[in-house]
Design a protein around this ligand. Structure first.
Ligand code: COI
Length: 372
């Protein structure tokens, strides 16, 4: 869906009827917010949405002012968690145009998540159309500072009022947008990881490979444990053996050996197939690194950290981009990763990825899609 001309809306985007806010944030206020965005705490003036019912299918596509949702207290999602979501970003390029990164991957994963949660699939053209329609209306909210972007959060919730435990007959799809800087305090400051050994995020046959609220809700107690141990982020082990690294609370994990080879947990069905993970592994392979996707035993990583065989580790995700890991701690161990600073492989792959995303480098894979 590469859009050729500036601000050329696709037919799918034009299907979203626009009702503009009568009280948008004043220019000065918006500019102040865009000057130093954090992550996830400020929202634009509008949202995109569409409604699905089992009788009529998808309809009522619109862009409207951002504001509170009206939900019946008996809405199915509030009781049984029938929800799926996505995360992607819009980037301001040096010429002022606005682009997004591999949105068709997010659309496909959103559909896969919906199937797992017995929600209706949103057609990919509606997914892409909703994003373009919203970004076109809220274009002024796309920041232009280094490493900033407009984070887009599409999600789908079961709004049917019922306490029956079954798939809803009424569902709302929404996209909200939030100007974003680094997910953690600073893009290249290494984060510390706490390995959760008792609680698990996902199990075989569960929902670990899709993006649904329950996975994140289930991570919060362990995330709190991580904070309590002075760590920034939690890492889960697999529920079957309790031996292998799986995924962090909201991002994938990659380990770099001192010989330049790279290892990351394989897509075994219990971790999220990250779009950033896939792009990063592609870039690493192209840069000549030997990349293995397989079980990654915690014991192997700890041995490697102690012997110097493991040189670097990083977290990757849409929110986190590529964030170096400087410390790995858990019950009975606390190891520095390399010299505790961002390693050269981490820095290079982060730069390679963000240069494409921010329009500072060519895009040989055709990953970028123009929005505005
Ligand atoms: C993302 O990286 O887009 C995520 O969904 C992770 C987190 C912010 C929940």
């Amino acid at each position: 869906m590469t859009i050729t001309g500036p601000a050329e809306l696709t037919e799918a985007a034009r299907a979203f009827a626009v009702r503009r806010s009568t009280t948008p944030r004043p220019d000065v206020e918006r500019k102040a917010l865009l000057a130093a965005p954090r992550f996830g705490d400020v929202f634009t003036d509008h949202l995109a949405r569409a409604t699905w019912t089992s009788e009529t299918g998808w309809g009522d596509r619109r862009v409207e002012p951002y504001g509170p949702l009206e939900l019946e207290p008996s809405s199915l999602v509030l009781h049984y968690g029938q929800e799926v979501f996505e995360g992607l970003k819009a980037y301001r390029h040096p010429d002022g145009s606005v682009w997004t990164f591999r949105p068709e991957q997010n659309a496909a994963r959103f559909a896969a998540s919906a199937r797992r949660l017995a929600l209706p699939e949103l057609p990919a053209e509606d997914f892409l159309g909703s994003i373009q329609a919203l970004v076109a209306v809220d274009e002024a909210w796309v920041p232009d500072g280094a490493e900033t972007s407009l984070y887009l959060r599409p999600f789908m919730v079961a709004t049917e009022p019922t306490l029956l435990v079954r798939a809803a007959h009424r569902v709302e799809y929404l996209v909200i947008a939030s100007p974003a800087g680094a997910y953690f305090s600073d893009a290249l400051t290494p984060v510390s990881i706490w390995v959760a050994e008792d609680l698990h995020r996902a199990g075989p046959g569960g929902t670990g490979a899709v993006k649904t609220m329950g996975n994140y809700g289930a991570s919060l107690a362990s995330q709190a444990e991580a904070y309590a141990h002075g760590c920034d982020q939690v890492c889960f082990l697999d529920a079957r053996t309790g031996a292998n690294l799986e995924e962090l609370g909201g991002m994938n994990v990659v380990v770099v050996r001192s010989d330049g080879s790279v290892v990351t947990p394989g897509l075994s069905g219990t971790i999220l197939p990250g779009v950033t993970r896939d792009a990063v592994l592609t870039l690493l392979r192209e840069a000549g690194h030997d990349v293995e996707e397989r079980d990654v035993p915690l014991a192997e990583v700890l041995d490697g950290l102690r012997s110097g065989e493991v040189a670097e580790a990083f977290a990757c995700g849409t929110g986190a981009v590529v964030t170096p890991i400087g410390r790995l701690a858990g019950t009975g161990f606390d190891e520095r990763v390399g010299d505790g600073t961002a390693g050269p492989v981490t820095v290079a792959v982060r730069e390679g990825l963000t240069d494409v995303q921010h329009g500072r480098a060519a895009d040989p894979h055709g990953w970028m899609v123009r929005l505005v």
